[in-house]
Design a protein around this ligand. Structure first.
Ligand SMILES: Cc1cc2nc3c(=O)[nH]c(=O)nc-3n(C[C@H](O)[C@H](O)[C@H](O)COP(=O)(O)OP(=O)(O)OC[C@H]3O[C@@H](n4cnc5c(N)ncnc54)[C@H](O)[C@@H]3O)c2cc1C
Ligand code: FES
Ligand code: FES
Length: 477
């Protein structure tokens, strides 16, 4: 059984197809048709709802794309949809601001924008223009134009006051905390499993050859909503505390495979400040509220953002199958286009990242067509170890340049032993020895090689102290 609150109403479900999405449940079963379906792939934000979960005695409110959220994954959460915001004729402050600033024309995108604004409002802190742009980057509007919408969010979220959800938050948190951490649902030929401990997750996966583990489903759900595949048995890893841990020792940062980007952001950015822009540009807030580094690795896309970063940082993945564990360097994890070393029933337990050192400099550069919410065309990650102004060791990896994210061994060798200014030219000259990229819909091969060369230049310039060289930024709205 899975349990959740639909606003205040307790819901218990036993029988449901594992791959049923929250959006389909809301619209088709509950007739909550305020939540819209635009793309069914997490790109437009029309389906945005807010999930609340207990934290520190209160609630944390997070926007998610209900079109790519599996219904079973809301176990233990409060689901808030646009229908829940107004009380009678009294609009919620974010709705009132949208009316007053003329933020809606056809209205199709409006519920999604309102829910993203609601999540921003519920942070409880004043939101500036940057925070508004970030919060709304996953919502598309085709007719109103963004300025009135941004104005509405700035107005509503300038000084968020307690709202009608605030008074009930303590009670809601207690009701959610009382729900059992494990759960699941059955369906002929499959099922949805919510394990709450590591052994339970490992046994489930090794015992069901057909089961797919997942965390955010921001990749996996697209197999059903876009490719129309059936996913009869799913194991949701998001409720296993060991898979959500973020720990720091003197030497390494250990990140549970299911820890979401929103959760790991601060730790990673404190250690590697250049990751701030990479994480800001990885999907949108709803994607980062759900997506995990474990999923990014296991998905094995050649243009995933974290794999080249983790290869350059010499990170290791800890894998588990039943009671057996093994360690694999991230650079050895990928064995072909969308193929990994994972055996059936095996899953990623955690990722270990060596900590930054005083003599190293980390630089990462993402190239994509849009600033926000766009998959990389190419991504370069660089770790230079310096000795007396000379690059003693260069650890460099690229995404988008080959069938897998890969180390640039020739570039590394060409740059080692040189000062950054000479190293840049040597690295650029060697890039063609490491990669023969393909032409595809995102970019041509020549463009990819040129971009990778420019990234080498930028990494060298920045490592010499030229911060924010060639940095792109959002257009001001
Ligand atoms: C709109 C949109 C924008 C996006 N933008 C970006 C972007 O800018 N950059 C980027 O890199 N990605 C992007 N993505 C892709 C996706 O968000 C990331 O790859 C994310 O990290 C996936 O994490 P997840 O937890 O959602 O993975 P899931 O979808 O839950 O899982 C992905 C795959 O990994 C497997 N898996 C998951 N966890 C484990 C585990 N612990 N062990 C073994 N197998 C596992 C699943 O079975 C599945 O095959 C985007 C996706 C969308 C929909
Ligand atoms: S319908 Fe477009 S993001 Fe969900
Ligand atoms: S108001 Fe029509 S799409 Fe935004």
């Amino acid at each position: 059984m899975i349990e959740f609150l639909l606003n205040d109403e307790p819901v218990r479900l036993e029988d449901f197809p594992a791959d049923r999405t929250l959006l389909d449940y809301l619209r088709e079963t509950r007739r909550r048709t305020g939540t819209k379906e635009g793309c069914a792939s997490g790109d437009c934000g029309a389906c945005t709802v807010v999930l609340a979960r207990p934290a520190d005695g209160g609630l944390v409110y997070e926007s998610v794309n209900s079109c790519i959220t599996f219904l079973g994954a809301v176990h233990g959460r409060q689901v808030i949809t646009v229908e829940d915001l107004a009380e009678g004729d009294a609009l919620h402050p974010v709705q009132r601001a949208m009316v007053e600033h003329h933020g809606s024309q056809c209205g199709f995108c409006t519920p999604g924008f309102v829910m993203s604004m609601f999540a921003l409002y519920k942070r409880g802190a004043p939101a500036d223009r940057e925070a508004v742009h970030t919060a709304l980057a996953g919502n598309l509007c085709r007719c109103t134009g963004y300025r009135p919408i941004v104005d509405a969010a700035l107005d509503a979220c300038a000084e968020p006051a307690p709202d009608r959800f605030s008074a009930r938050a303590g009670d809601t948190a207690r009701r959610l905390a009382a729900m059992p951490p494990s759960g699941g649902g059955q369906w002929p030929g499959g099922g949805f499993h919510v394990p709450s401990d590591l052994d339970e997750a490992a046994n489930l996966l090794v015992g069901h050859a057909d089961a797919r583990p997942f965390c955010g489903a921001t990749d996996l759900a697209l197999e059903t909503t876009q490719q129309l595949h059936e996913l009869p048995r799913l194991v949701y890893l998001g409720n296993v505390p060991a898979l959500n841990r973020v720990e720091m020792t003197a030497d390494v940062i250990v990140i549970g495979a299911a820890a979401r980007y929103a959760h790991v952001h601060d730790v990673l950015v404190r250690e590697f400040p250049d990751l701030d822009e990479i994480l800001l540009r990885l999907g949108s807030v709803p994607i980062r509220n759900q997506g995990s580094i474990g999923g990014n690795l296991a998905n094995a896309s050649p243009i995933g953002d974290m794999p080249p970063v983790l290869i350059a940082l010499d990170a290791v993945v800890n894998l588990r199958r039943g009671g057996d564990t093994r360690r694999v360097q991230v650079e050895d994890f990928f064995i072909g286009y969308r193929q990994t070393v994972l055996a059936p029933g095996e899953f990623i337990e955690s990722i270990e990242i060596p900590r930054a050192r005083a003599d190293t400099r980390f630089v990462a550069c993402k190239n994509s067509k849009r600033f926000d919410d766009d998959i990389s065309t190419a991504l370069g990650a660089f770790v230079f170890t310096f000795a007396g102004g000379v690059i003693e060791r260069a650890s460099i990896a690229f995404g988008g340049m080959a069938a897998t994210p890969r180390r640039a061994a020739h570039v590394e060798a060409a740059m080692a032993g040189k000062r950054p200014a000479e190293a840049a030219a040597a690295g650029r000259a060697a890039i063609g020895e490491d990669f023969q990229p393909i032409d595809d819909v995102r970019a041509g091969a020549r463009y990819r090689l040129a971009v990778a060369g420019a990234m080498i230049d930028r990494a060298c310039l920045e490592s010499m102290g030229g911060d924010n060289v060639y940095r792109v930024s959002r257009y001001a709205v």
